[in-house]
Each structure stands twice: as C-alpha cells, then as structure tokens.
Design a binder for this molecule. Structure first.
Ligand code: IMP
Ligand code: MG
Length: 176
C-alpha cells in the first residue's frame, strides 16, 4: 500500500496575496466592460469564489463542467457535462480554471466557446504546469507556474478527495 503525504507548496497567505493581485489586474483590464466570469467545475470553485471577491466590477457568473476523454489519436476531445445557462454572444468572457496541465481541456473549451460569438474571450488558470503542455495554449492570467507535480487542495482533488484544503500541496505516494 502507498501512503499519501502532503507537502505544502502555497499556503493560505500566499494564495490570498496572489489572488488579490490577479483580481486587481482583471479589474483594471475590464474597466467599463460588461464581464461574464465562467467557472470550470469542479476544480475552480474555491479559486473562483476568492477571485470574484477581488474583482471590483459589476459582473455576472456562470458555471460549466466538462469531461475530457481525449487520447493520443483524438487529443482535446471534451464532453460538456453542464453547459452555460445563458448565451455568451456579445459578452466579454473570462474562463476560470484551477490548473493547466496538458492544456487539452481548456483549449477545447476555448474553441467550443469561441464559436458562440463572444465580444472577447480570455482565460485565467490558478496553476500552470508548463512542462506538461501537449497543445499550444497559454492562459491570459495565471496564479503560479509549477513543476510537474501532482497537486491537491484549494479545489483540486485526487480521486475527489482533498478539495477542501485551504492550501495547495504536492501529493506524494510513499511505499509502506
Ligand atoms: P489538462 O486538460 O491536461 O490541462 O487537464 C486539466 C485538468 O486535469 C484540470 O482541470 C484538473 O482537473 C486535472 N489536473 C491536472 N493536473 C492536476 C493536478 O496536479 N492535481 C489535480 N488535478 C489535476
Ligand atoms: Mg478539473
């Protein structure tokens, strides 16, 4: 049996500081615009909630959930599990995601929304594992770049556990 241990990478204070800076940047960039912020469930729920409190603009929110089932021959195939409640035509859209890994999920979602006629479409990912990217995709806003570690907490899970941790930790597996 492998025992799971956690190694904290970003504590609550570090997260709060970074989120505040991101919120201020977004506030400045979208001044005077009609912003619709979209959370990609489930992983982004905690970041989304904290980030919104730091965006000082009138805005609307919506939620979307997708499952990626891509493989080597069909990369980036995503199935929408829950679609947006409303059309996005003419709106300024900011998609919020927990982590960019291979980039397949976010790049596929970006393409799906891009054909719906938004006025603008940008992405924000709290974590970015640049070394793992298999598609050419960059987030417009990002919290932290991290090495190729499996991380949990602050919304991120391992087999649906650890999402409630208020910090982000590297998950290690040790043989017992
Ligand atoms: P991508 O399509 O490979 O970029 O995968 C993105 C999704 O994989 C994220 O939305 C997460 O749900 C999940 N994921 C990728 N890396 C991690 C990790 O280190 N911890 C937890 N979930 C992860
Ligand atoms: Mg996810």
């Amino acid at each position: 049996m492998a025992k799971e241990t956690l190694e904290v990478l970003f504590d609550e204070k570090a997260i709060a500081e970074r989120v505040e800076t991101l919120g201020a940047e977004i506030t400045k960039d979208y001044e005077g615009k009609d912003l619709l912020v979209i959370a990609i469930l489930k992983g982004s729920f905690m970041f989304f909630s904290d980030l919104l409190k730091k965006i000082d603009l009138p805005l609307e929110i919506d939620f979307m959930s997708a499952k990626s089932y891509g493989d080597a021959t069909h990369p980036g195939e995503v199935r929408i599990v829950k679609d947006l409640d409303n059309p996005i035509e003419g709106r300024h859209i900011l998609i919020v995601e927990d982590i960019l890994d291979t980039g397949q999920t976010l790049s596929a979602l970006y393409k799906l929304l891009d054909v719906r006629g938004a006025a603008s479409l940008r992405t924000c990912a709290f974590l970015d594992k640049t070394a793992r990217r298999t598609v050419d995709f960059h987030a417009d806003y990002k919290g932290y770049e991290i090495p190729d570690h499996f991380v949990v907490g602050y919304g991120l899970d391992y087999a649906e556990r650890y999402r409630n941790l208020p910090y982000i930790a590297k998950l290690n597996f040790q043989d017992e």
